[in-house]
Design a protein around this ligand. Structure first.
Ligand code: SME
Length: 157
């Protein structure tokens, strides 16, 4: 990605985060907030083929609010990128999903992926934010930085 494109992406994230901060005044309900974030990310950023949340519910990762093609409702336990995000408790950027052991292909068009843990006020992981692209290497440290800020706003703003 050229420096201009990187700057453009950062600018879009900046605007999106301030819009979300305003919208998050309306309710602190985490599911409403996830839905709002997924819609804004999908429609305003332009580089997500699929974006949404998987929530930890009774030890399982179940799909939450999302935008894009039909997703797996329940992810096989301790397998794939989303579970890796839960266990490692840090952002995971996957430039080529075919090289990630155990990657779960809900949509075979997915080529690269980013997963960010979503923590509550106590710092406990409650969900992950998952972004997919149909292009290889679509996500980088700029995405990780801004999506991490966004994810922490769900329970802590
Ligand atoms: N690829 C994910 C599964 C979720 S879909 O990308 C929407 C994984 O490996 O956990």
């Amino acid at each position: 990605m050229s420096p201009l494109q990187a700057q453009q992406k950062a600018g879009r994230y900046e605007r999106l985060l301030s819009q979300l901060a305003e919208l998050y005044q309306i309710t602190s309900d985490p599911i409403s907030r996830m839905a709002t974030a997924a819609a804004l990310l999908y429609h305003k950023m332009g580089h997500f083929y699929w974006v949404g949340f998987y929530r930890l519910v009774e030890g399982q990762l179940l799909v939450g609010p999302y935008q894009g093609t039909l997703a797996c409702q329940k992810l096989k336990t301790n397998t794939g990128v989303c579970w890796a995000g839960v266990h490692q408790n840090q952002p995971i950027v996957v430039p080529d999903v075919h090289q990630f052991p155990g990657h779960i292909a809900c949509d075979p068009k997915s080529r690269s992926e980013i997963v960010i843990p979503v923590r509550n006020e106590q710092g406990i992981v409650q969900a992950v934010l998952d972004g997919d692209s149909d292009l290889p290497a679509a996500f980088d440290s700029v995405d990780a930085e801004y999506l991490n800020q966004l994810s922490q706003m769900i329970f802590n703003s």
